[in-house]
Design a protein around this ligand. Sequence first.
Ligand code: NAD
Length: 488
Amino acid sequence: MKSLPDFWFEPHLWVNGEWVRAVESLDIRNPATGNVIARVSMADPILLDRAVHGAARAQKEWGESSPFERGEILKRVASLLSARKDPFARLLTSEQGKPYPQSVAEVEYAASFFQWFGEEARRVHGRITPHPDRKREYLIEQRPIGVAGLITPWNFPLAQGAKKIAASLAAGCAAVWKPAELTPLIALAMAPLLQEAGLPRGVLQIVPGIGSQLGKPLAEHPDIRILSLTGSTRTGATLLSYAATGIKRVTLELGGNAPFIVLPDADLDLTAEQLVKLKLFVSGQVCVTANRVFVHREQEKELLDRLATRMASVRAGDGLEDGIDAGPLIHHKACQGVGELVADALAQGAKLSVENRSFETRSEWTRGSFFPPTVLSGVSDSMRIAREEIFGPVIPILTYTDPQEAILRANATPYGLAAYVYGSNISMCREVARQLEVGIVGVNEWRPLRAEIPFGGVKQSGFGAEGGLEGIQEFLNPQVISIPRFEL
Ligand code: NAD
C-alpha cells in the first residue's frame, strides 16, 4: 500500500514566486476514502488580478529571452519530473483517485510535453519574403502573443497543465494557470520544481480557485491575450462569450462522445482487451474514452462474452493499493450522474451484462465515490447514455448491420474529439477513419495521444491544437516588418 507523500510545497497560491494565502480555502479529499488530505487556498478576483499583473511584468523579459534558454529550462523540468515521478504519482492518486500506475504514466506523459516543447522552442523561426519593390523586403517574425490564461480540469490535472504550460512558455508567453478546484495540489507541486529548473519569478503564476468565480475576471483581464481551456463544452461556451468582449484568442479542448467501431473482421480478443483498458483508464473519466461501442450484430455475443469475462475480473478500489485496475470517480455527484444514465438505459430496454462491485469488499472504501465497472448491451442511439458523455467505467454496446451505417451513426453527434476503429483490413480501417468527423482516430490502438502530435477536436469538442508542431503556434503571432534592403 502506498501513501500520500509529505508535501514539498505549500497549499496556497503561487504568485510572483511566493506562497500567498487567500481568505477562502477548500478541503481537498481523496475520492477513494473521502478523507481530507489538505486545505487549499482559493484565489479571489483581487488575488487573481495580482497574479495576472505579475505575469504581465514578467512577460517582457521572458518574451525576449533566448528560445534556447527557454528550451533548456523546460527540458530540465522534464528531467526533474521524471526523477520525482514516485511522489508526484502518489500525490496525484491521493487527490484524483486514479490507480498509481496510471498516475506514473501521467507524470511521464506530462514530462514528455516539457521535453517536446523544450526542443520545439528553438525551432520557432520566421522567414524573409520578397517584396514587389525590389528595394524592399518583408521580414516575418513569430512573436509571443502575450500573457496566457490556462484553465485545466481534474481528470488529468498534471498532464493537461503540462501541455499548456510547456507550449506557452516555449513560445515566450508568461502564464497564469488556474487548475481545477478539485485537484489543485498537483498543480502547486509543480511550483518548486519549475523554480528549481530555473524559471524566472512571475513567469508562471498558479492560482487555484473556483472556475465560475475566476473565469470572467481572467478572460476579461486586459493583460490576458490568450485563453486556453480544457473542460466541458458548457464551460467552453461560457468562456468564449467572456473572451469575445476583449477579442481574445481562445483554444478549447472540450467534451467528447467517442465512437468505437468494431469492424466485422476485427480480432475480438485484442478488441476486448484494449476496450477494457480504455474504459478503465481514469475509470472512464476521459474526454477521449469510448462512449459508444458499435459492433456488427453477428459479433455482438462473442464480443460481449469477452468483455464480460474481463470486466468481471477487474479489481476496483483505492488506487494507492497494489493491483487495482479501476479507481473511484471524482466525487459522489459524478457517481449519481453516471448512475442516472445507466438507469435510464435499463428503463428503455438495455441489458445489464456485468456490474463489478469489487470495491465493496473493503469497509474503508464504502465512503469512496466508486462506480461499478459495467457492461450494457442493447443500447440504442436515442438513449441518453449514447448521446451524453458518460464519464464513468461503463461500456455501452450498440449493434449495426453495415459499416457505412455505423459511420453515419458515429458522426451523428455534436461532438468530434476521438474515435477508434478496430479491424484486420487496414485499408478498410483507414477509410472508415477518414470518414469520421473527429480530431484523432486510434486504429487498433486505445491510447494514440503523444506529445509529438497535434490533439484537438472539431464541432463542439473545441478548436485549436495541443502538442505537435501546431501546439506552440497557438501562442504565437506573426509580425511582418516591411523594410528597405541595404544597398551597397
Ligand atoms: P469543467 O468545465 O467543469 O471544469 C474545467 C475547468 O474549467 C476547471 O478548472 C473549472 O474550475 C473551470 N471552470 C468552470 N466554470 C468556469 C467558468 N465559468 N469560466 C472559466 N472556467 C471555468 O469540466 P470538468 O468537469 O472539470 O472536466 C470534465 C470535462 O472536461 C469533460 O467534459 C471532459 O470531456 C472535458 N475534457 C476535455 C479534454 C480535451 O482534451 N478535450 C480533456 C479532459 C477533459
